[in-house]
Design a protein around this ligand. Structure first.
Ligand code: GRG
Length: 304
């Protein structure tokens, strides 16, 4: 497997994450085209067949290696996280949520199919992600205890105390003027929880000890928040072409964002501050944390 070296660039890591994750996503899509097949199968394959940046898979890979792992089966854990992320995008774009017509440079799933089909496809992706996690755990030869812990991490991060709960708070905050503390809570749950899980999963899959998994989790918490602040900034400052999704959507929906609360410069400062905190958590891992450190830099400087 590539990327064991500590001086790998974010671009190389993301490219590797894309290569190894996308082949798993394609296999999943091919299975779903057969069963359930029909329009639902097509919609599932459409949702999975996209060109996301693969940041979460890259975090799984880099965390796994930082904790001493080296097997190629980790790609299945990365794919499981990306499938949960993909479901969240399909549902996030629905008319009852952020109501967007474009995602990853293409029509959103409910526009390409219809709302009922996209809603069903999103729900179907959750058990598909769990199946992927279980299969990868088998491939990696992990103990039942590790698989149990990984299931707990992924599902907790996806649930009411994580992504779903954060999205709920986010929708409730539309049109209101939140405090910074409200925003931190929303962003940590809505986006940060799954990113934190990606890092922790890599550590658990590698059989990392309690201290290593804790350092990766602390890194994930800070980099997850930095990621969403950067997303707020990009929504306000980048173009639809750069983003592959509708720019300026947050302002249109009167969303609670770091930019609306702190302004562009204030938000940028907070993004960098949290990326620095993420890097500080990596000090506990020594040189093994180098790839994650460069990813934290990429996360706050990215242009899409
Ligand atoms: C039932 C209330 C309820 C919620 C369902 C829809 C949902 C769960 C959660 C939404 C979570 C969400 C979409 C958070 C935003 C995360 C985010 C910043 C997405 C963009 O991630 P990128 O930039 O996208 O990594 P790509 O396309 O590159 O993968």
């Amino acid at each position: 497997m590539k990327g064991n070296e500590t001086n790998i660039t974010p671009a190389a890591l993301l490219a590797e994450a894309r290569e190894v994750t996308d082949s798993r996503l394609a296999a999943c899509a091919a299975r779903l085209r057969r069963d359930p097949g029909g329009t639902d199968g097509e919609a599932l394959a459409y949702a999975l067949g996209t060109s996301g940046k693969r940041v979460r898979p890259a975090l799984v890979l880099a965390s796994y290696r930082a904790a001493g792992g080296s097997a190629s089966g980790i790609a299945g854990i990365a794919a499981a996280v990306e499938i949960v992320h993909t479901y969240s995008l399909v549902h996030d774009d629905l008319p009852c949520m952020d109501d967007d017509a474009q995602r990853r440079g293409r029509p959103t799933t409910h526009v390409a199919f219809d709302v009922a089909t996209a809603t069903r496809a999103g729900f179907v992706l959750v058990p598909v992600a769990v199946q992927e996690l279980v299969a990868a755990s088998g491939e990696l030869g992990l103990a039942n205890e590790q698989l149990g812990r990984m299931g707990e991490i992924l599902l907790e991060a996806s649930g009411i105390c994580g992504m779903v709960g954060g999205q709920w708070l986010d929708l409730e905050a539309e049109g209101r003027q939140p405090t910074l503390a409200n925003l931190v809570e929303i962003h940590r749950q809505k986006t940060g929880a799954l990113i934190t899980a990606a890092c922790a999963l890599g550590g658990v899959a590698a059989g990392g000890n309690v201290e290593t998994v804790a350092a990766l989790t602390d890194y994930g918490r800070e980099v997850g928040l930095a990621f969403q602040i950067a997303d707020d900034l990009l929504d306000a400052t980048a173009t639809t072409e750069e983003l592959g999704k509708t720019a300026g959507r947050d302002a249109t929906l009167a969303k609670a964002t770091y930019v609306s609360v702190l302004g562009v410069d204030g938000a940028r400062g907070e993004a960098h501050r949290h990326a620095d905190l993420a890097s500080a958590a990596l000090d506990r891992l020594g040189p093994a944390g180098a790839a994650l450190r460069t990813l934290a830099g990429y996360i706050v400087q990215r242009r899409s």
